[in-house]
Ligand binder design. Structure first.
Ligand code: NAP
Length: 489
């Protein structure tokens, strides 16, 4: 179920917001502590009790539990008791206030615990303690500092014997809100719109339903994701979730902001994650934590895809073939005869592209800012290295940007001065956001053949989809999702 909290500050605004919320929510939460005038809060309570289109949770959160209520504790409890007497479906009572409440059969009591500092390791003890006051529903909300904190919440949800609402707050806790149905959570909270959140890290109901298809998830849902840092900008959740729906698969793909790749791999084995994409900065650092590596990925030395087969994590690289396809699709017959390549950058993308091109017989020079990294890649591939600044004397007839220079929002930047681009040159930019980067715009003006990074991006995602599902990916849909996201930006 999705619960939309109403965070308005007056009866008038509450009634307006409820009008919209009731169209999308299964349950609505009325936050009395958000009211600026406490007398108005009571008037609102009485009014809403008479006309409520959806089941309602009444909450009057004190400051000590992260709420806004600052008046006397007696008055706060009196309002909660009034909500029970008005027969509201659910009343949220802080676990340490339960003894002050007179319970009635017609209102379900949610005993809540909030921890804005952390997700304690002994979270099951908190649960056991709350259960002692025999609530109808337990609510445990903590703060995630790291993506692995969510695993403790998932394990709690799985082991709970009472109905339970539990998730982590903060950006690192997003997945606990998205995946709660899979692990048995009673409901998730989602805001009516951006800026209307009642707690940090709350997603909008639109994000939950449109991107993550929340209501379609259940205990059998397979979990995939994108591992990187940062990942909040990634288009991969939109692409893969739309593709799962299109192909009728009960799977979900989530952003996974990971700092320590080793502890991520160790902890996410516990929830049997089915597979994941890997982006900056973990494409190379994940290698020692995998059980198996595909031979192409091993030669490249960078992984962008992991498949979990029967508990063994195997790494693949789908960037290399995708880049080669992208480049060769974008060139005409004559251009395919060109064979000297300048690659700018020496990170994961450069590594994958250089490997694929070398294998296909191209002569490559790597231009990189950090000398050691550039020399290492050129040594591994068997090609020439030059400093980043030497790109202004580029001689190659194919030029490929594998740095993030020119990527949104820094769209005015280009790694190569315009006058150094020669007519007839093929210029390929791995950056796909924007599709026409400054480098490509300059190259077009100089009479070059330009190839954008979109085909490579779609192809690498399509191959990931094949590896995870064994099903042919909906490539046109993938392309349309990316184009839609780029134009909405
Ligand atoms: P990465 O591993 O972090 O490598 C980044 C590279 O860019 C490094 O060589 C770095 O040089 C260089 N660089 C970054 N900022 C620079 C600057 N201001 N001046 C000079 N060099 C700079 O990243 P990656 O995974 O290779 O990705 C690189 C780009 O390719 C990103 O924009 C990414 O979106 C794009 N990409 C596209 C696709 C696709 O499918 N189209 C797939 C993968 C990646 P140092 O070594 O000196 O730090």
């Amino acid at each position: 179920m999705i619960c939309i909290p109403i965070t308005a500050r007056s009866t008038e605004e509450v009634l307006l917001e409820m009008e919209t919320a009731q169209k999308y929510a299964d349950i609505i939460e009325l936050r009395l502590d958000f009211f600026s005038d406490k007398r108005d809060a009571e008037i609102c309570l009485e009014k809403v009790s008479k006309k409520r289109p959806k089941p309602i949770i009444i909450t009057n959160r004190p400051k000590r539990e992260g709420g806004r209520y600052t008046d006397s504790e007696e008055e706060r409890i009196r309002l909660l008791q009034r909500a029970i007497d008005l027969r509201f479906e659910y009343v949220d009572v802080e676990h340490d206030s339960m003894m002050h409440i007179i319970r009635r059969d017609y209102s379900k009591i949610i005993a809540s615990y909030h921890n804005f500092q952390e997700t304690p390791h002994g979270i099951n003890q908190v649960y056991d303690k709350i259960c002692q006051c025999k609530p109808d529903i337990v609510k445990i909300v903590t703060y995630a500092h790291d993506i692995t904190d969510n695993i403790r919440i998932f394990e709690l949800l799985k082991s709970a014997h009472l109905p339970i609402i539990s998730f982590c707050m903060g950006e690192n806790g997003h997945i606990s809100r998205i995946l709660t149905r899979k692990f048995g959570g009673f409901l998730t909270f989602a805001s009516l719109s951006k800026g209307k959140e009642s707690a940090p890290g709350q997603l909008t109901f639109q994000e939950l339903t449109d991107t993550y298809h929340f209501k379609k998830s259940n205990k059998e849902t397979k979990v995939y994701g994108i591992v990187g840092n940062p990942v909040s900008h990634s288009m991969s959740p939109a692409i893969h979730n739309s593709s799962f729906i299109e192909k009728g698969l009960n799977s979900i793909y989530v952003p996974l902001k990971v700092v320590d790749i080793g502890s991520f791999v160790r902890e996410f084995r516990k929830i049997n994650i089915e597979g994941f994409s890997i982006t900056i900065p973990h494409k190379e650092s994940i290698v020692p934590f995998l059980d198996d590596i595909d031979c192409t990925a091993e030669k490249i030395g960078a992984i962008n895809t992991v498949v979990n087969s029967s508990g063994r994590f195997k790494g693949y690289n789908t960037d290399s073939l995708a880049a080669l396809q992208g480049l060769e699709n974008g060139m005409n017959h004559n251009e395919k005869a060109l064979n000297t390549v300048a690659i700018i950058g020496a990170g994961g993308a450069a590594r994958a592209i250089a490997y694929g091109l070398k294998d296909a017989g191209y002569h490559i020079t790597i231009y990189n800012r950090t000398k050691e990294r550039g020399i290492k890649l050129s040594h591994d591939i068997g090609c020439t290295y030059k400093g980043f600044e030497e790109i202004s004397q580029v001689e190659a007839n194919i030029l490929i940007n594998c740095t993030s220079i020119g990527m949104f929002p820094h769209i005015e930047n280009s790694p190569v001065p315009k006058d150094k681009l020669k007519p007839g040159m093929v210029v390929f930019d791995a950056v796909y956001n924007p599709i026409k980067t400054r480098l490509l715009l300059d190259a077009e003006e100089r009479g070059c053949c330009v190839v954008n990074g979109l085909t490579m991006f779609i192809n690498q995602a399509a191959e990931q989809f094949r590896l995870w599902t064994g099903i042919e990916p909906p490539i046109e849909l993938m392309r349309n999702v990316v184009l839609g996201k780029l134009s909405a930006q």
